[in-house]
Design a protein around this ligand. Structure first.
Ligand code: GLY
Ligand code: MN
Length: 461
């Protein structure tokens, strides 16, 4: 965890933001509890709530805290271990020393949370809380504050802070990205026709576990890249296919990385693969070149959509006026997802707080179009934003058939030629990007090979 001053400063800033919005009452934070996978003592891997980590840093189950907006006082609710716990877990630091590490003045037993919240409710004081991401917290909030809704004022205040990464967070993200690059390099070097995909997953996830907390989301490693989130790794690697690897490391400090590369399984792209790859690569580069304070990520998404259609038009897969095709959402047939998302303590940072409150400025509304409608980060870019740049082209036979049947895009899409791409798969290329004062830089030291020649050269080694 960072020094206690970091957490104290963040909580002071949060209280100031709530006061500036005219808010009163309490802010209630509930950390995560262990989540049993089968029975009570066999739990899913422990992961703390990210907003809790941001404001308190304490990486342990069953903790809560109350901040008093008017009084400015702070209380940590947690229990000291008893002899039974010591038998199974060994000696543990006291709650007092944990509170000191997070710079919190007061402590109280975890069970005291109920009466503290009830007292506030009885005196008519609002209790602000964030949307829970775990069922335990949903149930707990239901008991403490039946029928209450998460506080939009609190969500907005927290989002405004977590969206702009501090220098210590950027350092942590650079580190997570270095680990992500190391993990991807191991994966790339392990691609050989004849082995099972799972073999590579094991090797690459070993890096995440050996050097960090683990993976930042379930690894996508597939020769069916047209299925966007394909988590099956049971296929034998076949020659001549494309393999999409979308994976990241969560560091021990719990910061995420998220990279995607697409490799020819035999180390050399076919002409057809290279043509589509080149388009996706140019979209990735274009997006990065446009990233700077002032532009919206929605505009960057649309610029890459136009570039993609331009490339597809050169292959005669689409025909017509580019601007009209962009406006009609034709790119969504090939890239039915957004260009990227926020990244930080979560790989899709803060999406538990509400995708639109996190990814959209108050004057932006989310589109309904396929592709653009899935854009999770549309905001005007500011220094400190950390986003992913992940264009992709996918040939999804069921989607193409649906478009064709419904007459969608019939004035633009060359459905006859598209049929020869039904067994192509998909390509996605993803980097993690920090917006700086005058532009952007890619996170991590060094970059995974991405230009088609660079990929082939790396695979030849
Ligand atoms: N890398 C997985 C995702 O962005 O959804
Ligand atoms: Mn991503």
């Amino acid at each position: 965890m960072f020094s206690k001053e970091v957490y104290q400063r963040r909580r002071q800033t949060l209280l100031g933001k709530m006061r500036a919005q005219g808010q009163q009452g309490l802010i209630l934070f509930i950390g995560n509890a262990e989540a049993p996978a089968q029975y009570k003592d066999n739990c899913y891997k422990w992961r703390q709530d990210s907003s809790w980590l941001y404001f308190f840093g304490l990486d342990e189950p069953l903790m809560a805290a109350i901040l008093d907006i008017e009084a400015g006082s702070e209380t940590l609710f947690a229990d000291d271990v008893d002899i039974d716990d010591i038998i199974w877990m060994g000696p543990q630091p006291s709650v007092r020393s944990k509170a000191d590490a997070a710079g919190v003045a007061h402590t109280a037993p975890y069970g005291g949370l109920g009466s503290a919240v009830a007292l506030a409710v009885k005196s008519g004081r609002p209790v602000h809380f964030l949307p829970p991401s775990r069922y335990f917290n949903t149930l707990k909030l239901g008991q403490l504050l039946p029928g209450a809704k998460p506080s939009e004022a609190l969500i907005k205040a927290v989002v405004s802070m977590r969206l702009i990464k501090e220098d210590i967070e950027i350092e942590a993200l650079d580190h997570a990205c270095d680990l992500g690059i190391a993990m991807h390099s191991v994966a790339r070097d392990a691609i050989v026709p004849g082995i099972i995909e799972q073999d590579i997953v094991g090797k690459m996830e070993g890096v995440a576990l050996a050097k960090g907390w683990g993976v930042s989301f379930p690894t996508i490693l597939t020769q069916h890249g047209e299925t966007l989130h394909n988590h099956l790794h049971d296929k034998v690697i076949e020659p001549g296919k494309l393999m999409v690897i979308d994976a990241g490391v969560e560091s021990n400090e719990h910061y995420a990385s998220d990279f995607t590369r697409t490799y020819p399984t035999t180390g050399k792209f076919t002409q057809k693969q290279r043509e589509i790859y080149q388009i996706v690569y140019e979209c990735n580069e274009l997006a990065f070149s446009l990233c700077k304070p002032g532009i919206t990520y929605r505009e960057v998404h649309l610029a890459t959509a136009r570039k993609m259609l331009e490339g597809l038009a050169a292959l005669d897969l689409v025909r017509g006026d580019l601007d009209q095709m962009v406006a009609e959402g034709i790119a969504g047939l090939f890239q039915p997802h957004g260009l990227g998302h926020n990244m930080g303590l979560d790989v899709h940072d803060m999406e538990d707080l509400g995708e639109n409150l996190v990814g959209y400025d108050p004057d932006q509304t989310r589109a309904r179009q396929l592709g653009l409608g899935s854009l999770r980060m549309a905001r005007r870019l500011c220094p400190g934003h950390v986003i992913t740049d992940e264009p992709g082209i996918y040939f999804i036979p069921a989607l193409i058939e649906k478009f064709k049947k419904e007459g969608l895009g019939k004035d633009f899409v060359n459905y006859a030629k598209l049929e020869s791409y039904y067994d192509f798969g998909g390509i996605r290329l993803e980097d993690d990007v920090l917006i700086t004062a005058d532009g952007a830089r890619r996170l991590g030291h060094g970059r995974l090979p991405i230009a088609p020649d660079g990929v082939e050269a790396a695979m030849a080694k």
